[in-house]
Each structure stands twice: as structure tokens, then as C-alpha cells.
Write a protein of this length. Structure first.
Length: 108
């Protein structure tokens, strides 16, 4: 099978796929859960919470940031990360739409 041609899909479909891909690793889910617990933190704090090396955590943070799930603010020599609520709201709306259609759909 060839490479997917993302230009054939809507902007929302591409964005949801990017978010889903970023959520597809348990370390990234753990990072999100940690950020939800503490509200915001720097990479070093996350390294202390996970059984991963700092470069690995940085890579996972980069994937989450590229997907728009988290955002970072530079504070001195560090970046303080937090959840991007706009992206989560968009994902919530998408999932809610699916759930609404499923409750109205009598399949199988």
C-alpha cells in the first residue's frame, strides 16, 4: 500500500488523525495524565515521573506539541508545558459527535 495522500481528506480529518497518532503511545498518555495532575511542568519534572531517559521524554513532548495537544512557554532555560485546551475541546466535540450518532444508530 502506498503513502496516504492527506490532501484528499479534510483539514479536520487530518487534524484528528494527527492527534490520534500522537495519543497512540502509552508514554504520551502518561505525560498528558501527569500534566492534568500538576497543571504545568518542565521536562525534568516529567523525566522524574516516567521510567524514560530525558531525550526520550523530549521526543514524546515534541510529538505531543506538534499535534497541538500540549503547548510550551519558555521560562529561562526551560520550557513549561501544559495541556492545549483548544485541541482537547476539538477532540471532545469530535468524539461527542460520534457518540451522538452511535446512540441514534441501530446497527447489528
Amino acid at each position: 500500500m502506498g503513502a496516504s495522500k492527506t490532501e484528499h481528506y479534510s483539514s479536520q480529518q487530518n487534524q484528528i488523525a494527527t492527534i490520534a497518532k500522537a495519543l497512540g503511545h502509552p508514554a504520551r498518555v502518561a505525560i498528558i495524565e501527569h500534566l492534568l495532575k500538576v497543571n504545568q511542568c518542565i521536562c525534568g519534572d516529567i523525566v522524574n515521573e516516567l521510567p524514560l531517559a530525558q531525550p526520550t521524554v523530549s521526543q514524546h513532548l515534541r510529538e505531543l506539541k506538534n499535534a497541538g495537544i500540549i503547548q510550551g512557554t519558555i521560562e529561562g532555560n526551560s520550557i513549561c508545558y501544559c495541556i492545549n485546551e483548544q485541541t482537547i475541546d476539538m477532540l471532545k466535540t469530535y468524539i461527542s459527535t460520534i457518540m451522538l450518532k452511535l446512540t441514534n444508530n441501530k446497527c447489528c
